[in-house]
Design a protein around this ligand. Structure first.
Ligand code: DLL
Length: 447
């Protein structure tokens, strides 16, 4: 029997899983303040680095009397976790830690997060609410193709799916042929993986002549862990007939299940009874009002193992104002199209890879596989976009190919205001990934 029997009520406040999504605002703010005050005390008492920073500012836990007072507190950043590696930011004794997760950066030591039993339950709650928002129910068969292990994707969605009573297939990433075979034979209805890995699954399936629309039972995709655009969502949905949902999270805050989009796609609802959001100006570090774009910052209101105070995510977004038609009272933020550290400066112009993706995906015969290469010729930055186009395009005359190349070039230039060299390549020729895909190569960095 499913843990939660009233699966049909999941989109209403009467269901115990979704109830906090619909909490009256004043009640939510009071709960957040209560939890924030408890968290600050716990961190002040147990984490020497934060206590030192608060003492330097002359701030004591009792100075935080309203949610606005959060601005008195110091930020935390990824390098704090590296500097205090492995356990320096833990606020609970090892006896209470039940699981570690790590996230490796490109350089140096990984960051280590310790979860208590409480943290695992908080995280599971976020993932259950996220999946419920996607329309996942206890009758679903969910294939979890995010990596299991130190990465949070696999275990996060796994616990979320089990909590809702789904039949979970914990296949992890890779072994694409087996993924496709089991997806079909077991009548999988929900796939959870990175959007780029799902594109790879579609691609490999099509190579084998598999029709996702008629031969698969898939209804929902739970995609996240990397930036992807609305245009990419439209491509995925039209190729497969599924509904593609956006799930957000990061290791430092727990993993997936920090935020998720509902059917209205008006940004991602934040489970803000657990994860308190702020948007700050990344230069001045001043908090920005709802509606303004800046860097997303989270405070984990209920975590006890490695709680985070004002953690700077580097993800750029804005918190939307106004209510979502779904009736949830928890706020939404604009989908993450970029991290501040993903920004490329090409010939002095700020360019985000997602802008190039949006241009490419607006053209029909373009496939959702591309690479961006930035280099230098003498003093001048160069931008090349390699993109796969349909097989049929290659059987057309050279003139048609040239026309397509120039259409793509114009579509990209219209958005980023820079001309790019466009190289059309055959299907299945660009790199694929089983997890997060690296689409940008900046060769200027080698010098
Ligand atoms: O990627 C956790 C996760 C697993 C999220 C599965 C969703 C699904 P990290 O490896 O620590 O954790 O990477 C976190 O990935 O700061 C964002 O830059 C990016 N990211 C995560 N979700 C999204 C998303 C996991 N939906 C970093 N859209 C974050 C855009 C995302 N970027």
């Amino acid at each position: 029997m499913a843990l939660y029997e009233y699966a049909h009520d999941l989109d209403t406040p009467v269901h115990p899983v979704s109830a906090p999504d619909y909490m009256p605002i004043e009640q939510l703010r009071a709960l957040q303040l209560h939890r924030l005050q408890g968290l600050i005390k716990r961190v002040y008492d147990n984490v020497p680095l934060t206590r030192k920073r608060m003492d330097e500012r002359g701030v004591r836990p009792e100075h935080v009397k309203s949610l606005k007072d959060i601005a008195l507190l110091p930020f935390s950043v990824k390098t704090d976790l590296r500097d205090e590696y492995p356990f320096g930011l833990f606020a609970s004794p090892m006896n209470d830690i039940v699981r570690f997760h790590c996230s490796s950066g490109t350089t140096g030591k990984p960051i280590v997060i310790g979860n208590t039993q409480n943290d695992i339950l908080v995280w599971q709650n976020g993932c259950m609410r996220a999946l419920a928002m996607c329309g996942v129910r206890s009758s679903d068969v969910m294939q979890v193709a995010y990596g299991y292990g130190l990465f949070t994707g696999g275990l996060g969605l796994h616990y979320g799916g089990e909590g809702l009573g789904c039949a979970v297939l914990p296949i992890s990433g890779g072994n694409t042929d087996r993924q496709l075979m089991l997806m079909k034979d077991m009548g999988v209805t929900v796939i959870a993986c990175t959007p780029s890995y799902f594109l790879h699954l579609i691609d490999e399936g099509m190579k084998k002549g598999l029709d996702f629309k008629t031969e698969m039972k898939l209804k929902h995709g739970v995609f996240g862990a990397e930036p992807w655009t609305e245009e990419m969502r439209a491509k995925i949905e039209s190729l497969t007939g599924i509904t593609a949902h956006d799930i957000y999270g990061l290791t430092e805050i727990c993993g997936p299940g920090v935020a998720n989009d509902c059917q209205h796609r008006r940004g991602l609802h934040i489970f803000e009874d657990h994860f308190y959001p702020e948007i700050i100006d990344p230069d001045t570090l001043e908090p920005l009002p709802d509606g303004e774009k800046g860097e997303l910052v989270f405070t984990t209101l209920t975590r006890t193992g490695t709680p985070m105070l004002r953690y700077r995510t580097r993800d750029l977004s804005r918190i939307y104002t106004g209510a979502c038609p779904c009736g949830r009272t928890i706020r939404t933020f604009e989908r993450i199209s970029a991290r501040s550290d993903d920004m490329l400066i090409i010939r002095g112009v700020n360019v985000f890879p997602s802008q190039i993706e949006a241009g490419l995906m607006s053209i029909d015969s373009v496939l959702p596989h591309y690479q961006i290469i930035v280099d230098k010729e003498g003093d001048l930055d160069t931008l090349e976009v390699k993109v796969e186009v349909t097989k049929e395009t290659f059987s057309d005359e050279i003139k048609t190919l040239e026309k397509l190349r120039s259409r793509i070039g114009h579509a990209v230039q219209r958005i980023i205001n820079i001309s790019a060299k466009v190289t059309l390549v055959e299907p299945h020729t660009l790199p694929r990934s089983e997890g997060k895909l690296k689409r940008v190569t900046d060769l200027r960095k080698k010098a």
